[in-house]
Write a protein that binds this ligand. Sequence first.
Ligand code: ADP
Length: 479
Amino acid sequence: MASATFESLNPSTGEVIDSFPRSGADDVARAVDIARETWESWRLVPAPERGNILFRFAQVLEQHKAELSDLMTREMGKVKAEAGGDVQEAIDMSYYMGGEGRRLFGQTTPSELRDKFMMSVRMPVGVVGAITPWNFPIAIPAWKLCPAIVCGNTVVLKPAEDTPKLAQRFVDLLQEAGLPEGVVQIVHGFGEEAGDALVKHPDVPVITFTGSRETGVLVTKNAADELKHVHLELGGKNAIIVMDDADVDLAVDGILWSAFGTSGQRCTAASRVIVGSKVYEPLQSRLVERTEQLKLGYGLEEDVDVGPVINRAALEKIHSYTEIGEGEGAKLLTGGEIATDNGLDKGFFYRPTIFGDVDPQMRIAQEEIFGPTTALIRATDIDEAIRAANSVEFGLSSSIFTRDVNKAFRAMRDLNTGITYINAGTTGAEVHLPFGGTKGTGNGHREAGQAALDFYTEWKSIYVDYSGKLQRAQIDNAE
Ligand code: ADP
């Protein structure tokens, strides 16, 4: 075991939560060996039985929902209600994938030859390396591990170094639900050490990664020599479009929730708002007024709307974008500062920030800030709005507020993102539809829904000839 350790901090107070082993390549290799060995028996456990363990896991998560939510607010900073939502997402995913144990459908199809049978079945792949971020510290491990497990794979999980305790609880509760030892193992530690070793280990054929674009590119390169299957869920620069005919109050509710929920640290956060020119002024003033009423603080307190950001480096990066925005000539409408009053200086708090008069090509409208900062952009019509929305390297989520069904359908077709919302903000995915993005947000794979099964299995096509003689496809049945 690693002798070095690292600490997890409470981002609201700066207090140490706990310390964890700083694992290196040797620890990863040990975990992979166990996972590889366990896979030989786990892959033979009937899928409905694997699914039953996930049903029990969902129930165990329900029993521990309050405890996990409380820990999440302490370790990661999310306010109470949002922390509960994060755990609920894991519960939903576990039930959903538990049900897959009795489906995992393949196909049968008629052969072109007599007395021959054809079918396709899903096969587990082997050891999955799962690398997760800190922003959905229970939901994201569930999105990856539940489908991996039900499909008959074993897993080595390397969680983010900012939320090790939550990941440890997640894995402990899997054991409590009856998951056999060795099916899921956790290695704590840093990305460049433990994460890197997992990505490069030759006995880990599948890597699922959620994190930053830069790291995603590096992971892909490091996995290339072994031709691993790599799933990436990277960043977003998601836009809400508000057309002139929209319900402005509803749009403001959607923007506040999408831009400042989880302190803007969601891959689906709305960091751009593209607004029709007639509605721009009233929307701007209502949005700024409502934003200034948001209460910043420790999320365990009932009336707090916005918690801290994850750590000091994030705080500094977010603040640097305020300076960049001002330097680019955008108008700072509210926020734009590190909050230090009423004891907030002990943690990492940033005031919800809105820039007005933003040009779609400015850096604050192009780069992922991952904090409570959003940018208002004017558009004269739907064409200009869609062009602006699509003018970024990412393609995760998008939204349009309009009462015009024609504009809504234009947006559904033309917004180049993996997810589009109509008359709702850019966040709020449910576990039974595919989740992921186009362009620089990923590499074409999706998690959640049925799409996840394609990543965690290999298709095998099986032909059974019961004619008792040689039958040659494409030859013996040809005219
Ligand atoms: P974030 O900005 O969310 O911290 P990262 O991409 O740095 O994004 O981190 C996401 C996850 O990737 C974390 O678990 C982190 O430890 C891991 N990670 C970071 N660097 C590497 C790497 N070189 N190889 C594998 N995993 C890494």
